[in-house]
Design a protein around this ligand. Structure first.
Ligand SMILES: Nc1ncnc2c1ncn2[C@@H]1O[C@H](COP(=O)(O)OP(=O)(O)OP(=O)(O)O)[C@@H](O)[C@H]1O
Length: 223
């Protein structure tokens, strides 16, 4: 589904990630971990072609992402939902409108029943008409997850989705991501939280990608 072939990336010629060869198979569940600043967000950006590898090659859905046309990139992004680390929203729109934004932007019809089901799945039924500044940290993360999955993507990339929330909320978010994986979605979660990785182990066949010394090391979830 997403394949790295001896891929590397550097900002401004300074190598950050190197010699990455790995496959994120359809329906797989991966944690991506490593100290702050080692390149987790950068790796995720390579996975949705926000960045292009500066060495080697990254293929997404069997397509080489080098020199891809803008339309092809847009097409590919529709199949990938991203939960960004800072989960930005448009503050003048309601939670429901923010979550539905990917549909609006791509000119697709919005089914209010489906939207309400999705918001209830993430536990935000009460906040449908709230504005983003009224949400707590955990509610924002769940709204960001709902927005990432509204287009029914095949892949979900979550960048520190439990960054600013307490343990109980982290588990709730993890549960939602595990449910998505059970529906057949490929899931990648970037996190510092080793407890979260251990917690997932009993429920899902998670693999761990650890960034160390500019390279990605793969292992099971036995930490
Ligand atoms: N646009 C950019 N231009 C130059 N350097 C950048 C850019 N984006 C990130 N970097 C640098 O690349 C390195 C890796 O950043 P990245 O955000 O991928 O790390 P991370 O592992 O996700 O960090 P954190 O856990 O703190 O979120 C950092 O040193 C960062 O300063």
């Amino acid at each position: 589904m997403i394949e790295f072939h001896d891929a590397g990336y550097g900002y401004g010629g300074r190598e950050l990630l190197t010699e990455m060869s790995l496959t994120l198979a359809p329906g797989s569940f991966h944690f991506l971990t490593g100290p702050s600043g080692t390149g987790k967000t950068t790796f995720l950006k390579l996975c949705y072609r926000e960045l292009q590898a500066t060495a080697g090659r990254v293929s997404i859905f069997d397509e080489d992402t080098r020199g891809m046309e803008r339309d092809d990139v847009a097409q590919l992004r529709r199949r990938i939902g991203v939960v960004h680390q800072d989960c930005q929203f448009l503050d003048h729109l309601s939670v429901a409108e923010n979550v539905a934004l990917p549909l609006t932007v791509s000119g697709q019809p919005r089914d209010d029943g489906d939207l309400s089901d999705l918001l209830s799945w993430v536990g935000l039924s009460e906040q449908i008409n709230a504005r983003p500044p009224e949400l707590s940290g955990g509610e924002r993360q769940r709204a960001a997850l709902a927005r990432a999955v509204i287009m029914s993507p095949d892949v979900i990339l979550a960048d520190e989705p439990t960054g600013n929330v307490d343990w109980e909320m982290s588990l709730r978010l993890l549960q939602l991501l595990i449910e998505l994986n059970r529906m057949g979605k490929t899931v990648v979660i970037a996190t510092h939280d080793l407890h979260l990785i251990r917690q997932a182990k009993s429920q899902v066949a998670a693999r761990v990608l650890r960034i160390s010394n500019r390279r990605i090391q793969q292992s099971g979830a036995d930490l």
